[in-house]
Design a protein around this ligand. Sequence first.
Ligand SMILES: Nc1nc2c(c(=O)[nH]1)N(C=O)[C@@H](CNc1ccc(C(=O)N[C@@H](CCC(=O)O)C(=O)O)cc1)CN2
Ligand SMILES: Nc1ncnc2c1ncn2[C@@H]1O[C@H](COP(=O)(O)OP(=O)(O)OP(=O)(O)O)[C@@H](O)[C@H]1O
Length: 181
Amino acid sequence: MSDVKALARAEAFARRALAFAAGQGQAAEILADYLAGQGGKVLSGYMPMRTEIDPLPAMAAHQGTVGVPVIMGKAMPLRFREWSPGTKMVEGAFKALIPEEGAWVEPEVLIVPLLSFDARGYRLGYGGGFYDRTLEGLRARGPVLAVGFAFAAQEVAEVPIDATDQRLDAVVTEKGVTVFA
Ligand SMILES: Nc1nc2c(c(=O)[nH]1)N(C=O)[C@@H](CNc1ccc(C(=O)N[C@@H](CCC(=O)O)C(=O)O)cc1)CN2
Ligand SMILES: Nc1ncnc2c1ncn2[C@@H]1O[C@H](COP(=O)(O)OP(=O)(O)OP(=O)(O)O)[C@@H](O)[C@H]1O
């Protein structure tokens, strides 16, 4: 399975890079509109890295607390530190930017980065299993809305999956919103 996922990751990086070069259109506005119904809830976003689609305008528009992921260690769930557009950021593990300080928050709605996704709502990430562990833990505690955010070209026929993969509830792209059954 790890070879299958590794090959899928390499293909997905290449497709995402092409889409990134073409631009994200109104994707962040579509995401903000979709999330407008979630005002008052704690939202997690992410600091875009590499060729990830940029969710920052939707995070800045959120009516309520926003956090961003912090890696606590290998094989550990992510935690989320409060973020706002003015927060001082420093480089964390794997070069992702994290808030230098701030409160830990527990998201009810998550904007989830990904390499590829499919029509079942499965996603492929960088391979740390961080979002799978995190969603498993949060869902054991209460209802959570996991919203993938991606370029439409990141959709594939079937993402390779294993028993620990957590499904997305919806995905938002520059072409619109898909809610999974
Ligand atoms: N913007 C953003 N922030 C995020 C994530 C993300 O996917 N996007 N994460 C979502 O989990 C976490 C970061 N996870 C990451 C996991 C691996 C690598 C990475 O560069 N991995 C190397 C291989 C490293 C190794 O195997 O030792 C690589 O892919 O080359 C980067 C980030 C938390 N923050
Ligand atoms: N809840 C979990 N408990 C134990 N192991 C897990 C859990 N979730 C994922 N893993 C393990 O983590 C490893 C990486 O998982 P996977 O390849 O699905 O990562 P990914 O979804 O691509 O990455 P990420 O979620 O960080 O973006 C796998 O060995 C997987 O079995």
